[in-house]
Ligand binder design. Structure first.
Ligand SMILES: [Fe+2]
Length: 198
């Protein structure tokens, strides 16, 4: 039994340091990490050169739920906001399709953090596709000594969320977000992002 636990912990360490970039912290046999946001697959649908914009909605959206996504980007000390960080956002459209070639770059945008490290964008909760839960892709670009980070945002209560290589450990749960109503009555989610040093 002891040997099995040892092997399991070694496997976890290798995963944590070589793929996700965060530091694994063990306390009384319980493993957690530093604040660094865990990675998720970039997937096959990323496109370069998405337009600079904070609003991804479009006229055909009528039955979907509009949502405001916002948060802050921090350095690996878990508290210093990072300014002018370039972030690509993308998700499928209301027909569960990714726009791979049109000039519209539907459901795609490039945004950047402001002087307080804040970012935001407006869109809608995308439908699930191909058995995957509803999700929004992020690519945070390399920034002043911090690693590039590909990750994904999920929505709490989505029954399609299953344990897999990307939503596996307790720290991955930080990317499964509660939808709440903000002061303007709009649906919103908050996702703060914590980058790792190169
Ligand atoms: Fe996707």
């Amino acid at each position: 039994m002891q040997r099995r636990n040892f092997v399991k912990v070694l496997g976890l360490s290798a995963f944590a340091t070589s793929i996700s970039g965060f530091e694994l912290i063990e306390e009384k046999g319980i493993f957690s990490t530093d604040c660094t946001t865990s990675r998720d697959m970039i997937g096959p649908f990323f496109r370069n050169n998405a337009p600079l914009r904070n609003d991804l909605s479009y006229p055909e959206i009528v039955n979907e739920i509009p949502i405001l996504v916002k948060g802050k980007v921090f350095g690996n000390d878990c508290k210093t906001p990072l300014t002018k960080v370039k972030i690509d956002i993308w998700h499928c459209d209301h027909n569960k399709e990714y726009d791979m070639d049109s000039d519209e770059f539907r459901c795609r945008g490039t945004i950047s953090t402001d002087l307080e490290g804040c970012y935001w964008f407006k869109t809608f909760i995308p439908p699930p596709y191909a058995g995957r839960p509803k999700h929004i892709h992020y690519l945070i670009h390399e920034h002043e000594g911090y690693q590039k980070l590909a990750t994904q945002l999920y929505f709490k209560g989505d029954k399609r969320i299953k344990k897999n290589n990307w939503i596996k450990y307790p720290w991955d749960q930080k990317r499964i977000l509660e939808v709440y109503k903000n002061e303007d009555g709009l649906s919103a989610v908050d996702l703060d992002l914590y980058l790792s040093k190169i």
